[in-house]
Design a protein around this ligand. Sequence first.
Ligand code: NAD
Length: 487
Amino acid sequence: MRAQPKASHFINGEYVEDTAGAIIECVYPATGEVIARLHSATPAIVEKAIASAKAAQKDWAKMSPTARGRILYRASQIIRERNRELSELETLDTGKPIQETIVADSTSGADALEFFGGVAPAALNGEQIPLGGDWAYTKRVPLGIVLGIGAWNYPQQIACWKAAPALIAGNAFIFKPSEVTPLGALKIAEIMIEAGLPKGLFNVVQGDRDAGPLLVNHPDIAKVSLTGSVPTGRKVAGAAAGQLKHVTMELGGKSPMIVFDDADVESAISGAMLGNFYSAGQVCSNGTRVFVQKGIKEQFLSRLKTRTEAIRMGEPLDEATQMGPLVNRSQREKVLSYIEKGKAEGATLLTGGGIPNDVASEGCFVQPTVFADVTDDMTIAREEIFGPVMCVLDFDHEDEVIARANATEFGLAGGVFTSDMARAHRVVDALEAGTVWINTYNLCPVEIPFGGVKQSGFGRENSLAALNHYTELKTVYVAMGKCEAPY
Ligand code: NAD
């Protein structure tokens, strides 16, 4: 098997196996080939990971933030040096084209390690608070052991986005990748050790949705940071609340992208395609409801159809391939069933709508698909599909489109395309979303906060704002005179 790791888990600086755990089969989504076979964590593996994290965390927290940062920075350099190897593994694990993984996965993880390693030490300072003689100060202290749980769309990036702020703040980190894409995080763990991270601070524990609760419910886990769907978020946040644990929830979306008549149409089409077809549509912040003002509808749809039909699908390891398969068969079946619902409920199928003819029959490919004349009540306009399915809806007026854009339980992201900057900012203010892009879509450099509102979650990843979610404040009151009491 061409991507078989030495063992399933990475604990205390080394690969560890326990064959008593349920088998996790890793399949290359483009061909159906089994590329690795791993085991889900047993309770013994979970205990081992937690014991090693606990043993390592106290000394790590005592190191200077700059010394911690130096290790994170070194890890970012090694990731960049091995970008090709890591990207090929990410492509095998997820099916995403190498054209994408080479620029958007391990490199984005390296960006986070570099950013938090470089600037965060200065942001971990506390405050001095004068009280007129007496005074107080605050310290930012780590939480202890942070558990990261990943989705399958950006496995290496998610591992690094969560690990970097957790580690720089002095926490130990345990990562449970999605059982669908378990391979990349093991390589990141190896690199962290090579960069000088003390053993036990970055452990990887594999597990399916039965093993996840073993970690979430463990009393030694202080915080859970989940990237996943809304139903999983409810379960994990509920379990964490039972023990009053900190949580960050990066969940799903059904984000609106609003294109006004005065927008640069080609640029808006680029935004809509990026926000629906990148990673075969498996991106949480995708602008899957594209509201197009009626004056440009025909021009928009005609160019969108032409450009969508020119997308090159195929073998993801081929650098010319622009779109790969979905992550597995069950995701493909789910997406195809949404396409059938779209047709049945009366949306106009502009292009795509099925399995392409010219790709490997064992692969999980779905054509890039565009529905026009979609209305707000259709299933495809309300539920997260997580595949390459774009819904185009018409609108007349600004107030109308804002109300319709916000009429969803989700609030992850949004976009507006217009040449009128006053309108752009007015619409941004009115949209209920954690991140909104003006005249572009889905750009997430690590310098900016990322996260959702409403049912899309809470907490923020990246930027200095993330540090608030991986530390807590300790307040110290300093009396300068005697302690007086009325007794
Ligand atoms: P999922 O919810 O099925 O699984 C996410 C992770 O949670 C997996 O590792 C899974 O094993 C684990 N899990 C499931 N049940 C659990 C439980 N009871 N306790 C502990 N862990 C449990 O999500 P997915 O299908 O892997 O990913 C797709 C979803 O993730 C989409 O909804 C997408 O929008 C969302 N997502 C969100 C973001 C974001 O940043 N907001 C990013 C990527 C993906």
